[in-house]
Design a protein around this ligand. Sequence first.
Ligand SMILES: [Zn+2]
Length: 214
Amino acid sequence: MYEDLKKEIIKTALMLKEYRLIALSGGNVSVRTPANHVVVTPSGMLYETMVPEDVVVVDMEGKTVEGTRKVSVDTEAILYILKNLPEVNAVIHTHQVYASAVGLVEDELPAAVTTLPNACLGPVTVAPYSSAASLEMGITTVKYINNKRAVILKNHGVITVGGTLKEALYAAVYLEDAAKTYIMAKSIGKPSILTKEQIELAVEKFKPGNYGQK
Ligand SMILES: [Zn+2]
């Protein structure tokens, strides 16, 4: 079941590697289906050699519906996020370097470049530390995501979400670009930050129907 979706999930994970947001078998990608199943990448497997049969289908309680692989260790957190954010259908977890670096120093990545509100819907909050493979990681994500598409997990990495997998992927990639630009700007001075109005306009311009192809 969900053969095409499993292929899309693997393709997305490979893109995360291409953009250097994950390394080796790190991070995970998951999608909720209309039948309330969650299709999630397996634990500790390299994405380059992953095949659709390796991707696991679980129910909302985490029970395996299809697949023989051990599911991602973050599945409990992912299910908590999906249960508590009904508009979210896709969750991506990365250990992306620049956004994570901001999280070690700041409480928030401010919207200094328009691509951040375009893809993440505004500035991105840094959530307090929670250990990997814990339910707490999901709880802090829900608590600190503030209706945005990303949260930085202090001393760990990033969670991005979306109504679709594409939204969650774009959030992760543009978050990293924005974090990189912000860090570079800070190294030579005080970065200029977008105003509230400029942020609202940047969100509006990139809503479905306003940006991209039909
Ligand atoms: Zn992690």
